[in-house]
Design a protein around this ligand. Structure first.
Ligand code: NDP
Length: 327
């Protein structure tokens, strides 16, 4: 038997999450059984742990959309016992039991080998949020980052923190947008050269085009902020749209696309093919400074998760929460 955070649905439709002992026979079917070492807390995890259940497709459920650990048993030739692996995406933690457990059983296709240069804790300090930040940076690079500062919204959050550190490491000026002025020193330590107050960007678009300011953008916020910043992107520049922490609506016009050739690039970390995942993890190991990654980390244990799930939905988590499932 081993520990897992199990979310159950009560007869009244409400859910509750608690650490319980489960067995290998309880785990869903899969090719590879992993002794999980670390998982993390992402925005989606907040939805899955929380009372509404959000994205959860089956109850009882073990959330945790990512994990890193060691293969314990494998029916797939690509993995053998003792291999270190990382998992993000594929609706694990939503439709299939996830990483908030000392053991997980998943499809081999969903895993990638831990890239050299990262240990399992570092891989989860990155986690889904950081992996997505890397995908966003790679998408911007593919379309060409223009001169001038690159804007990162929701900067003190998970995606934003990692995007800020990677872009700065690659030599870009980074303008970090935050609604928490008290995080300015933290964001500067990650490499941001400019702090932009959320209110400066958080209003419905008034003019479809404003001055050309930003050489590109990683946007974790969406909504009115995304609509507004589209009109400030330099000619031919791109916005990698990652998230919707500020809303799913997009009260924008087509003018920035038509008159400035702005590209709006949608980033999805969930269904990324194996080759892309491998390439992104290798870039993370190469381009994300480990001292900056360490500065983002808050350690947690399984019993902390219900509270942390609430905090992340309120936008109150700074950086990355790393869950030691064996502590
Ligand atoms: P976090 O909660 O860690 O970060 C989100 C940040 O957005 C907050 O820290 C806050 O930053 C800012 N924010 C929160 N609420 C608002 C608001 N109402 N208006 C403006 N800014 C706000 O979440 P993650 O970084 O893990 O995820 C960010 C988004 O990206 C989420 O929507 C998530 O679902 C999505 N996501 C998408 C993925 C994909 O595959 N496309 C993968 C991973 C995440 P600050 O305090 O600095 O302003």
């Amino acid at each position: 038997m081993f520990n897992a955070l199990v979310v159950k649905k009560n007869e009244d439709g409400k859910t509750n999450a608690a650490v319980e002992q489960i067995g290998l026979d309880d785990l869903p079917a899969g090719d590879v059984t992993v002794a999980v070492e670390y998982s993390t807390v992402n925005y989606k995890d907040g939805l899955c742990i929380g009372p509404g259940g959000g994205l959860v497709r089956n109850y009882p459920h073990v959330p945790g959309i990512d994990f890193a650990g060691t293969v314990e048993a494998s029916d797939d030739a690509r993995y053998k016992a003792g291999d270190k692996v990382v998992l993000t995406g594929w609706r694990v933690g939503e439709a299939h039991w996830g990483g908030y457990s000392q053991k997980a059983r998943v499809k081999a296709d969903w895993l990638v080998p831990l890239p050299s240069g990262l240990d399992t804790r570092q891989a989860m300090a990155v986690g889904t949020a950081g992996f997505t930040a890397m995908l966003a940076v790679m998408a911007l690079e593919d379309h060409g980052i223009k001169d001038g500062p690159v804007l990162v919204t929701g900067a003190a959050g998970g995606v934003g923190s990692v995007a800020t550190a990677i872009l700065a490491q690659l030599g870009h000026e980074v303008a970090a947008v935050t609604g928490r002025p008290e995080t300015a020193d933290y964001l500067t330590s990650l490499g941001a050269t400019q702090i932009v107050a959320r209110e400066e960007l958080n209003e419905t678009v008034k003019r479809p085009l404003e001055g050309e300011v930003w050489g590109g953008c990683v946007d974790a916020v969406g909504g009115e902020m995304l609509a507004r910043l589209l009109g400030q992107i330099k000619y031919g520049g791109s916005v990698a749209a990652v998230g919707l922490a500020g809303g799913a609506g997009l009260p924008a016009t087509v003018i920035p696309f038509l008159l400035r050739g702005v590209n709006l690039l949608g980033i999805d970390s969930v269904m990324q093919p194996y080759e892309n995942r491998l390439r992104a993890w290798e870039r993370i190991a190469k381009d994300l400074p480990m001292d900056k990654l360490e500065a983002m980390v808050h350690p947690a244990v399984l019993s902390d998760l219900p509270g942390l799930g609430r905090d992340i939905l309120k936008g109150q988590v700074k950086g990355r929460v790393v869950v030691d499932v064996n502590a």
